[in-house]
Design a binder for this molecule. Sequence first.
Ligand SMILES: *[C@@H]1O[C@H](CO)[C@@H](O)[C@H](O)[C@H]1NC(C)=O
Length: 281
Amino acid sequence: MDSFYLIFSAMFFLVCQISGKSTIVPFNKNYYIAWGGDHVTILDQGTQVQIRIDQRSGGGFTSKHAYGSGYFRMSLKTPKNSKGITTSFYLSSPALKNQGFNHDELDFEFLGNNGPPYILNTNVFAQDSGHREQQFKLWFDPTSDFHEYELLWNQIQIVFFVDKVPIRVFKNHKKNGARYPTLPMDVKTSLWNGTSWLGPVDWNKGPFLANYRGFEINGCPYEKSNPNECYSSNYEWNAPKNWKLDPTQEKVYQNVRNKYLIYDYCKSKLANNFVECQFVE
Ligand SMILES: *[C@@H]1O[C@H](CO)[C@@H](O)[C@H](O)[C@H]1NC(C)=O
């Protein structure tokens, strides 16, 4: 009986692996609506969430737990004709950003536009106020289809992926005196008025809708009693194969950066403020 059960489980596992289907995790399992409640709608039995922004409010949702390491991914579709509006998917430590210190954050921010080019801003905060921005011109229209955006975060590197393509790598150069995100972070999304950096919104072009899908989280829930537990190599995302890109990833990474990277803080006058810029290949 035991061995039958074992074999059966093993086969079931194999079938799941082969079919590549993971169980669909409903929104409520890992997330809650953090603000703009009447502008956030849960759809399709909890498998999709739509955030709306108008002149009254935007909205956002947040993970129920904070995490200390992991893979964090989300599929999303950004609003059309949304110049001035920011759509985001990010990790953030609870301390307030405008305190300007002791704040960690990893950002995907989509700069609303009325047509191409569609710009994706990425940023890294490491117990400070960020400014480690890299921007990419997207090679597709993020407003017309869902695309997957993912962060890998371990204590060796942070990798930003777009549809599995690594677009940015932030290595831990702590031993050289650089900063690195180590605080527990929540997983967050938001749709907000970005007029202060993107220019005014034409509110007549609405409704402005951002759709999100894919609410599973593969991360280490942070436990205050033993934070180092999140650095264990028992977690797949901390294991040596996730310490650097493999040769195939390295190739697509270089290709994307050659073609689509349009702003890099390490190539700006800010570079001298950041130790890690000395090590960027
Ligand atoms: C959007 O932000 C701008 C700049 O911060 C502000 O002047 C404007 O009133 C905001 N609009 C709405 C509808 O919140």
